[in-house]
Ligand binder design. Structure first.
Ligand SMILES: [Zn+2]
Length: 431
């Protein structure tokens, strides 16, 4: 089936922070996105393409909208949806006080399914079409999020948490059992439709060396499976790692030692790192999830995007709900701007878009199928619309350029400014 979507259209071809923006982005004021059987056929000026496409092509118009690629969340915990905005702690206390009790409720598979469905609908309402998602230690938490994503045909990567120490006993697995459960989930879900599996040790403080070793061994057996964990989020955490592993040169080196640093390994936060860590992460093909709302909310620190990109590390944005405070990648990008501003750097709007689309797809090694509108890619896209909120509409009306409009949309926008979300050319949501 051939369809076409007419609106303003913007997408990234590379990182606008590195190339001249003339070649890094493509913008069509009156654009047309042509989709066939859920894949992008072509994108361009409506005037040029409307005369070329077959007459029976269904054309959907979104006047006043801005079509961008589906947003990609590189790090989020679906079981923490109900504890978003919980007050007043830093990481290690926050886990004990809020996150672990919330995750313990996932021993109930029905509850897990209910939250998974609410979570993916909340993603779609915010224009997020792909995410890398933490479950809980319970294998059925991964089943629940995969089932919810598959029902909506979404491209999604998830995994059950591996955690065998330093946490409540009801949330512990063990090295052999956790890996056996992960292996069964890989066999059940990885590569099924648009789904992928991530081996998910929570972080190096909640796994024994034996479990990290077993996770690395499993990863070596499945080179196209993802690895998803946290790295260098909080100073107290980093100090505890240094005490536990005095023989390792850094926190990242602990993961590398156990075979958990490689392509398709995604590390949330990466705040307290040195240039040597950044170089090894880049050299091994690991990626960083930049989670500004969480880093500010938990008082963790400031992500150094300039140093990460200078080292060649793949980077994408993550909401990190529930430590993060919004499911919206627009809001997340707005906080990213402020985090960089505190470090005397800037974040142009097009680069923020890159971090939530093509950059995130590169971080997840999914840029062959999502992230922009090159022909053959899967047609996941979002219609942003300033009219969803009156102040945003007023501000955008006064904007002259697409950069100015996008920056105002990012700074003021949220789910009210997502008027439609399409997954493989099919509208999933109309706000
Ligand atoms: Zn997290």
């Amino acid at each position: 089936m051939r369809q076409a979507f007419r609106s303003s259209i913007l997408h990234c071809l590379s990182d606008p922070g590195e190339a001249s923006s003339a070649s890094a982005i493509e913008y069509f004021e009156d654009g047309l996105l042509v989709v066939e059987d859920g894949e992008v056929l072509e994108v361009g000026h409506a005037d040029d393409l409307l005369s070329e496409i077959p007459e029976d092509t269904e054309v959907t118009e979104h006047p006043g909208g801005l079509i961008v690629p589906g947003l990609i969340d590189c790090h989020v915990h679906f079981p923490q949806l109900d504890i978003i905005a919980s007050y007043g702690e830093q990481l290690l206390d926050w886990l004990n006080r809020y996150a672990y009790p919330a995750e313990a409720r996932f021993s109930d598979p029905d509850y897990a399914r209910e939250v998974a469905n609410v979570f993916v609908d909340e993603m779609l309402a915010n224009g997020t079409t792909t995410a890398l998602v933490f479950g809980t230690v319970h294998p059925h938490s991964a089943d629940a999020i995969f089932e919810a994503a598959a029902a909506r045909d979404m491209r999604l990567i998830a995994g059950k948490v591996l955690m065998d120490c330093n946490c409540p006993v009801e949330l512990q697995d063990d090295a052999a059992g956790g890996v056996a459960q992960s292996r069964a989930l890989i066999e059940r879900w990885h590569g099924k439709g648009r789904l992928g599996y991530a081996i998910t040790p929570r972080f190096a403080l909640t796994s024994t060396p034996g479990q990290l070793e077993a996770a690395g061994q499993l990863a070596s057996e499945y080179p196209d499976v993802w690895i998803h964990t946290h790295l260098a989020e909080n100073r107290e955490e980093v100090d505890e790692i240094a005490q536990r592993y005095p023989e390792r040169s850094s926190y990242l080196d602990v993961y590398e030692h156990f075979g958990l640093l490689r392509e398709r390994a995604v590390f949330a936060h990466c705040l307290h790192m040195n240039d040597g860590d950044r170089s090894s992460m880049a050299a091994r093909g690991g990626a960083a999830a930049f989670c500004p709302t969480s880093n500010l909310f938990l008082g963790s620190g400031l992500f150094d995007l300039a140093a990460m990109r200078a080292a060649g590390v793949r980077c994408g944005l993550g909401t990190d709900v529930g430590g993060g405070t919004s499911m919206s990648l627009l809001k997340t990008a707005s906080e990213a701007y402020k985090v960089l501003h505190l470090q005397e750097h800037a974040l142009p709007a097009t680069r923020a878009l890159y971090l939530a689309t093509l950059g995130a797809a590169e971080a997840l090694y999914l840029d062959d199928c999502i992230g922009n509108f090159l022909p053959g890619k899967e047609a996941d896209f979002v219609v942003l619309d300033a009219s969803g909120s009156s102040l945003t509409a007023r501000r955008i009306a006064a904007a002259d350029t697409v950069d100015e409009k996008l920056f105002a949309l990012i700074t003021l926008g949220d789910d009210r400014n997502v008027s439609a979300t399409y997954v493989r050319g099919k509208q999933q949501l109309s706000n």
